[in-house]
Design a protein around this ligand. Structure first.
Ligand code: B9F
Length: 129
């Protein structure tokens, strides 16, 4: 496939937005993540994300991973891993799975510290006119 870059604005089925900027030649990238859902209540705020995209090899869509630090909420972190697909119409889809790690106060509480899930992102078109 042609080269695919993750740069731009993406939205998932939870209505979260992520803006990926600055994809470097080695695949490293940074951006901002805005989640509509939170388990803390209050308003959503942009949290920093950092990741790495695999260089698109022969005959395959690239994989990637990134982390979001929920530093506006607490010291929880989510790690996402996924793959980028493009259909014949040019529609781009990122399928991911995530682990959300919450900080717990003791080793005895470690068992309940991790949530898991799946998110699918599509590119958010910028409206013109
Ligand atoms: O609700 C999370 C949180 C972290 C510390 C207090 C509240 C932050 C938002 C997580 C958003 C998740 C979903 N949004 C999305 O787009 S990340 C995976 C999902 N995909 C209490 C402690 C840890 C969680 C709740 Fe908290």
């Amino acid at each position: 496939p042609e080269e695919r870059k993750l740069s731009g604005l993406w939205r998932n089925e939870l209505d979260s937005l992520m803006e990926i900027s600055a994809v470097r030649d080695n695949g490293d990238f940074q951006g901002k993540y805005l989640t509509r859902v939170t388990l803390a209540g209050g308003c959503a705020r942009a949290s920093p994300l950092r990741g790495a995209q695999q260089q698109p090899g022969e005959g395959g869509w690239p994989t990637f991973a990134f982390t979001v630090r929920w530093d506006k909420f607490s010291n929880a972190t989510t790690a996402f891993a996924g793959q980028c697909f493009v259909d014949t119409g040019g529609k781009e889809t990122l399928t991911t799975m995530w682990l959300l790690r919450e900080a717990v106060g003791s080793l005895e509480e470690d068992w309940k510290a991790t949530r898991v899930g799946r998110n699918v992102f599509t590119r958010k078109r910028i409206r013109k006119g």
